[in-house]
Design a protein around this ligand. Sequence first.
Ligand SMILES: O=C(O)CCC(=O)C(=O)O
Length: 263
Amino acid sequence: MRLGRPVEDIVRELDENGFAPLDDLVPESVLEVMRRGCDDLIGRTRQMRHSSQGWQLEAEGDGGGWAARATGREGIPGKVRVVGYAHEHSPEIAKVPGLLGLNENLVEPLHGLRGDFYNSYLWAKPSEVGSEKPWHQDALFLKEEFYEAYEDVFTIWIAVDDAREDNGCLRFLPGSHRGSVLQEPRGINREDLFASPHEPSLDIETLWPELTPVTLPRRPGSAVIFSAFTAHTSSANVTEDQRRAVSYVYSLPRRPGTTGAGR
Ligand SMILES: O=C(O)CCC(=O)C(=O)O
């Protein structure tokens, strides 16, 4: 795995913006493993009609897969939006952190301590029906107890396909992580986010009028690392190409002397 630039530059960028692009992070041999893992997971969803646990299908109608899941409606077989705990379902996806040495080569140099593996996700953004992921901070999905031991997470999001503006690459709001302040979207069900009437969505113009979003296209094998407090989104995929990505999330232990502003 190559970082392609000095660690100090990446640390500075993470501090300033809350995210840092990592170009050409993953060599072709490992990308091939990731492609196989994604194909296998997506293939399995051709038998599914309903979202369950970590497997969320896209669906027709208002609110797409999110609303369908909340109301028990059918999704579209084979068109999966996200698979959580992807490493538990796919040996290929599980292998990648070890092949790349993500914890020792990336998390530790950037945070100062090794992280604890938290989860992995396949973000499949399928062709034509891949839905928007609204503006959100991942910290919304962390429980209060998380902050007893940890101060934040690093998400390492790796593009498996070309992620472009027209097929739903990520967009970030630089600076939205400052102060580690969680902004809670209005009208959600905090007890069970997946039962919320709508997918949690932040009104970034009102919350951060002084900040400007940036769009971050990624080539296959390029990545981005970001904090749980950095607001981000991805738009719908209306193209004929799928836009698969896999993210690996590490919890970051509190460093000595930090009060940890998290929440
Ligand atoms: O890949 C996407 O479209 C969304 C990813 C995301 O929101 C995340 O990794 O937290």
